[in-house]
Write a protein that binds this ligand. Structure first.
Ligand code: HAM
Length: 410
């Protein structure tokens, strides 16, 4: 038996119904903030990602050569594609642009719970606004989108400048190593690393930054920095809008992507892979041949959100199964057409089986059976059976349709 590729999943209709319902709520939230949906290609030229992150990123991507000898890759994320699209298409569009996307991404990772090789992101990019209000807006949209589906999460907001300032005199190789430890929240590893290279004085300042809980404390640790006002303004907006978050100036978010504000959200009921959203300020457009443009955005790990929400059976609209012997099948077609005409999901029997077998199948897949035996066919009626309560009554087809749609409106 052939199996699906490692790190991928199949979704049955029930699960897809839940995913689509959650997706719809997320889309509606983003749209309320003025964000319009965009769609970019599933595969891109590999340079789109190596320009920013270097050749090593290829190890984490599904890269291939196409028949024309071009190096292509399945997208590992969507931000770079959206920035490219902004450069290609956005010149004449009024700024800032507010765009959102729902897209599958591909990363060649070691699969585990909450970490897949194909996964879906719900993301937002705000391009062309360089202000504290823009930074705060992106955080607030993420907060609202996650709330719209009823997720419980902890939001952590930071800014890179204080840490970068502390590390400004440190040689760049060590800087990356230090930020790598901070990214993994590996404070013991960090301490050992700083000790081995005689930088123990940095350790106190860095752990102070990681544990401080407001901008004033961060500035006290790193000293005056030009970004101070921007940082204070972002946090003031979030406080004014009563957003629940914790300040955390130890957030690094990877190594080479972000330029200023950074934020992350975690769902406490998930295990090791509990990060459900990540985002911040970045600058990519100048790398793709455009003007240098301030940008901010985030991506939600849609699959992790669904795992965190757990199994909430969707309250689905009723399903009708129309049953009939083959010789009165035209009546079944007419009945199905009448139900569908009123928006009811209706399935008819397609197999050569008796009424008893049809009824027991219907009990597994439907809420109502609309039975048209020879007697009903002759009388111009149907028997509507409620498969949950077992109640059944013979009636006119139009009454059966009203009874089912009446339940649907409940
Ligand atoms: P990211 O942190 O790499 O950021 O991914 C965003 C979210 O996608 C993560 O927080 C996580 O929930 C989910 N995710 C990542 N990898 C996997 C995986 N292998 N399996 C399941 N879920 C995963 C970005 O992608 C940036 N483009 C975000 C951004 C947008 N920054 C600015 N704009």
């Amino acid at each position: 038996m052939l199996q699906k590729p490692r790190g991928t999943r199949d979704f049955l209709p029930e699960e897809m119904a839940e995913r689509r319902a959650a997706e719809r709520l997320m889309r509606d939230s983003a749209a309320r903030w003025g964000y319009g949906e965009v769609c970019t290609p599933t595969f891109e030229h590999v340079e789109l990602f190596t320009i920013r992150s270097g050749e090593n990123i290829k190890q984490e991507m599904y890269t291939f050569e196409d028949k024309g000898g071009r190096q292509m890759t399945l997208r590992p994320e969507v931000t770079a594609s959206v920035a490219r699209m902004f450069v290609n298409e956005g010149r004449s569009i009024p700024k800032p642009v507010r765009w959102y996307y729902v897209a599958d991404c591909f990363r060649y990772e070691r699969p585990q719970k909450g970490r897949y090789r194909q996964f879906w992101q719900f993301g937002v990019e705000l391009i062309g606004a360089d202000s504290a209000a823009a930074d705060a807006e992106v955080i607030m949209v993420a907060d609202e989108v996650l709330r719209s589906v009823g997720l419980t999460f902890d939001l952590k907001v930071g800014f890179l400048a204080p840490m970068k300032h502390l590390l400004s005199d440190v040689e760049s190789g060590l800087q990356r190593t230090v930020m790598g430890y901070l990214d993994k929240r590996d404070m013991d590893g960090l301490a050992a690393c700083l000790e081995s290279c005689g930088q123990t004085d940095l350790e106190g300042a860095l752990s102070g930054l990681v544990s401080c809980r407001n901008p004033a404390e961060a500035i006290e640790i790193c000293g005056q920095i030009p970004e101070q006002q921007r940082i204070e303004e972002i946090f003031a907006i979030l406080d004014g809008e009563e957003i629940e978050y914790t300040a955390n100036f130890g957030i690094v978010r990877g190594l080479d992507y972000y330029t200023g504000m950074v934020f992350e959200g975690f769902a406490p009921n998930l295990g090791a892979e509990s990060q459900v959203v990540g985002g911040g300020n970045y600058r990519l457009t100048h790398l793709f041949g455009g003007e240098d443009t301030a940008s901010a955005g985030f991506a939600i790990g849609f699959d992790r959100v669904m795992v965190s929400l757990g199994e909430h059976p969707v309250d689905h609209p009723p399903v009708v199964a129309v049953l009939s012997p083959a010789d009165v099948r035209v009546h079944a077609f007419a009945a199905a057409r009448a139900f569908r005409g009123e928006g009811v999901r209706t399935e008819i029997n397609l197999l050569d089986r008796g009424m008893g077998a049809q009824l027991s199948h219907a009990a597994k897949i439907a809420d109502y059976a609309c039975i048209i035996g020879r007697r009903e066919a002759e009388a111009g009626t149907v028997t509507l059976k409620n498969l949950r309560s077992g109640e059944q009554r013979e009636m006119a087809l139009s009454d059966a349709v009203s009874e089912v749609t009446g339940v649907g409106d409940r």
